[in-house]
Design a protein around this ligand. Structure first.
Ligand SMILES: NC(=O)C1=CN([C@@H]2O[C@H](COP(=O)(O)OP(=O)(O)OC[C@H]3O[C@@H](n4cnc5c(N)ncnc54)[C@H](OP(=O)(O)O)[C@@H]3O)[C@@H](O)[C@H]2O)C=CC1
Ligand SMILES: CC(=O)C(=O)O
Ligand SMILES: [Mg+2]
Length: 754
């Protein structure tokens, strides 16, 4: 990890508040009555139900959705036995992954106890609190006995992630990797580096899948685990001891088809690789630093397939692909344990996903590039939205079929819909946009380069690889701010700084262009030259119009409309539209809502409402989201004959003529847009399914008020305004735009220009 990334990681953990998770209540507690229901006396009713029938704890408490991540800190990633306290960032991280990927509530518990028996005692008594236990980063051989004892004592799933989560994902990767290398598992010669929790569990599962014990050689810190070895041996390793002359990893490797590294950094040397069998599979999975880096493998063995545990290389073989989803399926089926059948179901589901053709939604999630099964894609990526949809039901079915489910799922179609709703809500709206921006490799000009929000955003834009930034402002001021804010950008390298008052060689050639745009709009030639120097929006937009950058983010200070005019006068509108509109998104925990027109047109007519709807729907599709459009009004489906209601009805007809496939309905109240049940009470032939996500308003006041109100009341994150119909990707920030908001706009602009 370089120093830059190390510092970014520390800031990520420390700011704006320490740590990575917090706990939120799920019930309202606003009134005296709420207090009475939640606490005394109401809570006693729930207690008594559970006392009478313990299974009702799943109805009245969080238990059924709650996983504890428990460690003693003895094998933390590949960092070794760094202790319970130092392991906390990893455990908080695992808890966040449970929430983020599978909507499971999870809390980390670091137990400062190395003695296995006392550790087991400490964990076993926690059973009432949790639906399942994820043991993490406990070293071998103690982890085997600890897990066995806890599984025997506890009637909830206990799963040592480093053993079984790793084994499942390794088994899926080996299955797909050997398929590509055209080698049957029964003939594959496997050599490990590592004989600990992860490595031994992987081998057990590979043997269950057909690997032959006589083809397996295990190495640990002492070298080969051979028959009769006395040093650093335990009964678990001894099961894989071989009758062999080889004593070191280098001696064990010749002829090997698979290298499985679950040990320590850099233990596999490139010079040993030529001796491996043709088309080897190299899984260098130690974290954070693998046994060998992929570039070294590629140089030595171009015919190899290589995987690591990290997200910055292709083929991330990491238990994050398994544990959130296997626990989701297990808890939803009320499984009392996670058994072999459930693990095998998980392996099959993961392996199948990498081989399956990607749908449109998946392509969007992968940033517009369809993942294709092959040497650089043997395993899905953690953000693949299909993981939860495929793995959780497969695990739940296996739990039911193997008789360990206490709450069988009656309707798998309905279950899948619940999971799909979660994917849509959590689906970080911006993820596909970020990925598309990264693929585009664009240059973006920022007009307000001296603004701290811009500088913070530019740092993230660089870190995320979204674009190459060009920032407008005084170099000395920017240098000072970058230093005082502790930012890491290189103002001589990755970022270009342009000061229109000083860098005349960059801006003087743009003057004729600007004059040609505004000469007949009341800006005389001498004023044009001055505007370029003193109005950074003009400077940034001119760079865009001249083709020197691919997008521009301007404004954020002063009057929005003035800034918009400055930009619009230069780039103009698309030839195929009549005007430009503004759409604003509000990102909320329950999903994202888009509002149009929030900034430009005071009182649009039906023709303009139709045009803005078509443009907004196009932009929403760009997020990989199917637009569901509601035309809003004070009137509900013809109830009022007021001019504004009639306008929306006429707009609906125009939209349906232009795009019969678009899901759109109206005119309707805002609550009907979000609640299908309210619509169903009003009309029987509704043309909108589910909750609308694109809200079209009859005028500027209502759109602008609605999005601001929702943002403030519900603590939403604003996305935009995004300009619809501009001839080039330029966006004008509002004064309240945050650094995060600028990053999002940057990604949108970069993706639009791609
Ligand atoms: N990508 C993924 O999803 C996962 C990766 N891992 C990684 O696997 C590694 C091991 O984790 P885990 O099994 O939980 O830990 P354990 O402590 O249980 O096992 C570590 C094993 O690595 C061996 N080892 C340590 N140093 C060396 C070395 N220099 N050369 C050869 N062998 C060595 C140890 O040998 P000995 O037995 O002699 O002490 C032991 O067998 C870690 O780096 C971890 O990050 C783990 C889980 C998941
Ligand atoms: C990924 C993981 O669990 C580990 O490296 O320990
Ligand atoms: Mg681990």
């Amino acid at each position: 990890m370089d120093e830059d990334f190390r510092k970014a990681a520390l800031d990520y953990h420390r700011l704006p508040r320490p740590g990575k998770l917090s706990i939120e209540p799920t019930k309202r507690m606003a009134t005296q009555r709420d207090l009475g229901l939640a606490y005394s006396p109401g809570v006693a009713a729930a207690c008594m139900e559970i006392a009478a029938d313990p299974s009702t704890a799943y109805d009245y408490t969080t238990r059924g959705n709650m996983v504890a991540v428990i460690t003693n800190g003895t094998a933390v990633l590949g960092l070794g036995s760094i202790g319970a306290l130092a392991s906390k960032p990893v455990m908080e991280g695992k808890a966040v992954l449970f929430k983020k990927f599978a909507n499971l509530d999870s809390i980390d518990i670091e137990v400062d106890e190395r003695d296995p028996e006392r550790f087991v005692e400490a964990v076993a008594v926690l059973e009432p609190s949790f639906g399942a236990i994820n043991l993490e980063d406990i070293k071998a051989p103690e982890c085997f006995e600890i897990e066995r004892a806890l599984r025997a004592r506890m009637k909830i799933p206990v799963f040592h992630d480093d053993q079984h989560g790793t084994a499942i994902i390794v088994a899926a990767a080996v299955r797909n990797g050997l398929m590509l290398q055209e080698k049957p598992i029964g003939e594959a010669r496997i050599v490990t580096s590592g004989a600990g929790a992860a490595a031994l569990a992987c081998l057990d599962l590979l043997v269950a899948m057909g690997a032959r014990r006589e083809n397996i050689t295990v190495c640990d810190i002492e070298g080969v685990v051979y028959e009769g070895r006395q040093v650093l041996m335990d009964p678990y390793k001894a099961r894989y001891a071989r009758d062999t002359e080889a004593r070191t990893l280098a001696e064990a490797l010749p002829g090997a088809d698979v290298f499985l590294g679950l040990s320590a950094p850099r233990v596999l040397k490139a010079e040993w690789l030529p001796a491996m069998a043709p088309r080897p599979l190299i899984l260098a999975l130690a974290n954070p630093e693998p046994e060998i880096l992929p570039e070294a493998v590629r140089a030595a063995r171009p015919d190899a397939i290589v995987a690591t545990g990290r997200s910055d290389y292709p083929n991330q073989v990491n238990n994050v692909l398994c544990f959130p989803f296997i626990f989701r399926g297990a808890l939803d089926a009320g499984a009392t344990t996670i058994n072999e059948e459930m693990k095998v179901a998980c392996v099959e589901a993961i392996a199948r996903l990498a081989r399956a053709e990607a749908s449109e939604v998946v392509v969007a999630a992968y940033g517009g590039q369809a993942p294709i099964f092959g040497p650089d894609y043997i395993i899905p990526k953690p953000f693949d939205p299909r993981l939860i949809l495929e793995i959780a039901p497969a695990v739940a079915r296996a739990a039911m079929a193997s008789g360990v489910s206490t709450r069988p799922i009656a309707d798998f179609d309905a279950y899948r819909q619940v999971l799909e709703r979660f994917v849509f809500r959590s689906g970080d709206l911006m993820r596909p946009v970020f990925a598309a921006a990264r693929n585009a490799g664009r240059r973006i000009a920022y007009s307000e380069g001296e603004d701290e929000r811009t500088l913070r955003a530019v740092q993230t834009v660089l870190d995320e690889g979204i674009a190459e930034p060009v920032i407008i402002g005084r170099r000395a001021v920017i240098e000072e701010r970058v230093r005082s804010m502790g930012l890491r950008m290189d103002l001589q390298g990755s970022v270009t700084v342009l000061d229109p008052s000083v860098d005349t060689e960059a801006f003087a050639p743009l003057l004729p262009l600007y004059q040609s745009k505004v000469g007949r709009r009341g800006i005389p030639p001498d004023a044009a030259a001055r505007y370029i120097r003193v109005r950074p929006t003009v400077a940034a937009t001119l760079l865009l119009e001249a083709g020197q950058v691919d997008a521009a983010i301007v404004g954020g200070t002063g009057e929005w409309m003035t800034q918009w005019h400055l930009a619009f006068d230069i780039v103009g509108k698309r030839a195929d539209v009549n005007r430009v509109y503004a759409m604003t998104g509000v990102i909320l925990p329950a999903g994202t809502l888009f509002f149009v027109d929030t900034h430009l047109l005071v009182d649009p007519n039906e023709e303009q409402i139709a045009e803005m709807t078509m443009l907004a729907a196009e932009q929403v599709r760009g997020f990989g989201v199917t637009p569901r459009v509601a035309l809003l009004s004070h009137s509900s489906f013809g109830a009022s004959d007021a001019p504004s209601a009639r306008k929306m009805r006429r707009a609906l007809r125009l939209i349906r003529e232009r795009d019969p496939s678009l899901e759109v309905d109206g005119e309707m109240h805002a609550d009907a847009a979000l609640e299908p049940a309210i619509r169903d009470r009003a009309v029987t032939d509704g043309r909108l399914t589910g909750s609308a996500n694109l809200l079209v308003f009859p005028n500027l006041d209502s759109a602008n008020i609605a999005y601001n109100l929702l943002k403030a009341a519900a603590d939403g994150l604003q996305l935009g305004p995004m300009l619809l119909g501009m001839n080039k990707p330029v966006h004008v920030m509002v004064p309240s735009t945050t650094a995060r908001g600028i990053v999002n706009l940057s990604a949108i602009a970069a993706a639009q220009s791609g």
